[in-house]
Design a protein around this ligand. Structure first.
Ligand SMILES: [Zn+2]
Length: 446
């Protein structure tokens, strides 16, 4: 890797300028801002890395795809990333404009620096570096840049399945999200799925005087909180029948890997200002983060944002579930529908973003080589993370294309992805190029 490191050192400024140019192309899939320019720009970035690239229609925002051949019989690696970004959010909370990269204290600030332009650009620069120092790539590579990740990748599985022959590969790698809290080098093997939903309970056609109508008009807020109390017990058990159908227990190798992850529960809680953990669950923090969740995100009553003595007309709970491996979104949705139908049939249930869980086992093909590549890049043994707490559309690759998938997060823990002042430590960006090159080199030596 010494020659790759030297290449990265020599081209530091140029790489930062190119990343800054990429940040300056807005690509907000949720609103469409800049999306017309973003896919052609991504295409050009793939071409600059020597890939034979094209834009693929998905029915939604397009997918950008590029291929480069490695030596005959070398493994074929799919590299997944996404060129769309979250909306910028409140402009007054940004210390510099979101779509104008600004470098302060060794970090580049701007929407998409960490999530995900800086991370997939590091992967693309690794291809350039390998070509420059070795005269070619150690593996055949297909890069996929999704334009819909931030809106739940609704068309990704269907698009990739239709491209199945072209995407007949040996493994996939992706770089997204922050590195492990401990800052130890890691490789993520799985991600949890997600189902977002909203429960609405309606009462009268407007708020009613609580003295003139109390005990007469039903109160949607009481009905909603009662319904919620039938869904999760005080000890943390989810009490929706069939909710966890199909959950596959963690294997011994996965449990060993979870227990080997360095985590300081007291520091983690203190950092968040907490003096206690969520009730129940009985396992350690790493196991809690790999199992299903049921979260109330917000509880609101319409027509009563100040304190007035009324019976509200509408109560809304926004919730999300994180799904563990084996738990399928359709089953979870059916279970929630049946539960609400049984306990409060007049409540309305509406589903939002959905992502399936994905799993790659610690002994899956290439797992050892990917871990070795990350280890060699850092000079420190990389650890496997069996399941990330968050959700990414990786099931499109593991289930849709039957590929083992490996996540190599590059961004700092405080990258502030999705929030104002998103940033990427430039040292990590440059190191990420070396890590990505090291993984491809290790896989190519199989
Ligand atoms: Zn994101």
């Amino acid at each position: 890797m010494d020659s790759v490191k030297e290449y990265v050192r020599r081209h530091r400024l140029r790489h930062e300028l190119e990343l800054a140019d990429w940040i300056a192309v807005p690509s907000v899939s949720a609103t469409g801002e800049g999306m017309d320019q973003a896919a052609p720009y991504a295409l050009e970035l793939l071409e600059r890395s020597g890939l034979d690239a094209r834009i693929v229609d998905t029915g939604g925002w397009p997918l950008v795809v590029g291929h480069a051949a490695g030596p005959p019989d070398s493994p074929h690696v799919v590299i997944y990333g996404h060129y769309d970004v979250q909306p910028a959010g409140p402009p007054e909370e940004w210390h510099s404009p979101p779509f104008e990269a600004s470098i302060r204290d060794g970090r580049m600030y701007g929407r998409g620096t960490g999530d995900n332009k800086g991370q997939h650009f590091a992967q693309l620069l690794a291809l350039r570096a390998l070509r420059d120092v070795d005269g070619g790539l150690p593996c055949s590579v297909t890069v996929l840049l999704d334009g819909e990740e931030e809106i739940g990748s609704p068309n990704l599985t269907a698009t990739l399945t239709a491209m199945r022959e072209e995407l007949a590969a040996d493994l996939a790698v992706w770089s997204d999200g922050p590195v492990h809290d401990s800052y130890e080098p890691t490789v993520a093997l799985g991600v949890r799925g997600a189902v977002a939903f909203e429960i609405t309970v309606r009462g009268a056609n407007s708020a009613l005087h609580s003295g003139n109508w109390g005990n007469v008009a039903p109160n949607p807020a009481w009905e909603l909180t009662w319904l919620l109390s039938t869904m999760r017990a005080p000890d943390g058990r989810v009490t929706v029948d069939g909710y966890d159908a199909g959950v596959t227990p963690l294997t011994d190798a996965e449990l060993d890997a979870l227990r080997a992850l360095p985590i300081d529960p007291a520091a983690m809680l203190a950092g968040a200002g907490l003096d206690r953990m969520d009730a129940g669950h009985g396992q350690d923090i790493n196991e809690r983060l790999a199992t299903p969740t049921f979260t109330i995100n917000s509880l609101t009553c319409r027509d009563n944002d100040e304190h007035r003595t009324v019976i509200p007309s509408v109560a809304v709970a926004r919730c999300d579930l994180r799904l563990a491996c084996g738990q399928r979104s359709e089953t979870v949705i059916d279970a929630l529908r049946a539960h609400v139908e049984k306990h409060l049939p007049h409540a309305e249930l509406r589903f939002g973003a959905i992502m399936e869980a994905s799993r790659t086992l610690p002994d899956a093909p290439y797992a050892d080589l990917v871990l070795r590549g990350v280890t060699e890049a850092h000079g420190k043994r990389a650890l496997a993370v069996p399941a990330l707490g968050g959700s990414l559309p990786i099931a499109a690759l593991t289930d849709g294309l039957a590929l083992p998938c490996y996540g190599i997060a590059l961004a700092n823990v405080d990258e502030r992805n999705h929030a104002p002042n998103e940033n990427f430590e430039l040292e990590r960006f440059h190191q990420g190029i070396v890590t990505a090159a090291s993984v491809l080199t290790s896989v190519g030596r199989r």
